[in-house]
Design a protein around this ligand. Structure first.
Ligand code: ZN
Length: 242
């Protein structure tokens, strides 16, 4: 049993952590959004690392740039009894699935580091084989008995971003114009950026003009003619008097 003061301290630490995580949600979402749209390629990974150096533990990044036989993840693989071939280089594909798949389990749990992917020796189905390609970064989680809450703490920005998104999964949307996977600010948001929404507005106007423009031009020209005749009459008087 924990001493009451330790419990209080632990609750304070938890609240502080959760507050900090929420306060960072904009940058966490920006990184996750860029990540979900990442294509394969070392150069892209280097750029991503430069933009978001703390999004993954540095050894995860190193692993992609220069695979080392004695990377720290060996420790986990030893615990699991078998070396995994998966790295976070496979992550974008799995993460992108969250935007399109209605039932992302159990991969979401694996990405969050709370569900262990099957070992090679445990593979029985095609799904199992696929799940072995998910890189596993164990996260911290525990049950707060007094609060009746499951407390989750990611071990990196990626996991915290994913956790926040999973609490508000409506935010994961695909742009109706350019198909970019984005994290929406409002439920009604359909486009990833003002560029895309303005482009659509312009296209709608052009389409409307193409369909209705001829009519409008004809009407305008009739009104124009009437105005001209009226002006002529005003300036020169009725034609019979000239
Ligand atoms: Zn777009």
């Amino acid at each position: 049993m924990w001493a009451p003061e330790y419990k209080e301290f632990s609750k304070d630490a938890r609240r502080l952590y959760e507050k900090e995580r929420r306060s960072k949600h904009r940058s966490l979402f920006a990184a996750l959004e860029e990540f979900a749209n990442l294509r394969a390629g070392k150069k892209l990974w280097k750029d991503f690392r430069k933009h978001w150096p703390d999004f993954f533990p540095s050894w995860n990044y190193d692993e992609i740039e220069e695979p080392k036989p004695n990377a720290p993840y060996d420790e986990f693989d030893e615990l699991r009894g078998e070396r995994s071939i998966a790295t976070i280089a496979d992550h974008p594909e799995h993460v992108a699935m969250l935007w399109t798949d209605v039932t992302p389990d159990p991969i979401l749990g694996m990405l969050l580091g709370i569900v262990t992917p099957p070992l090679q020796s445990e593979v029985e189905t095609h799904e199992d084989a696929y799940y072995t390609t998910v890189a596993y970064i164990p996260a911290h989680w525990y049950v707060d008995w007094d609060d009746g809450a499951l407390v989750y703490r990611g071990t990196c920005g990626f996991q915290d971003a994913l956790y926040l998104l999973s609490r508000e999964s409506w935010r994961a949307k695909v742009c109706a114009k350019c198909e970019y996977k984005f994290i929406a600010k409002r439920p009604a948001q359909k486009y990833c950026s003002t560029d895309c929404s303005e482009l659509v507005q312009r296209e709608l106007k052009l389409r409307w003009w193409a369909q209705n423009g001829a009519d409008k031009r004809r009407k305008n020209s009739r009104v124009g003619k009437r105005r001209c005749t009226a002006r002529r009459k005003l300036e020169h008087g009725p034609e019979e008097t000239r």
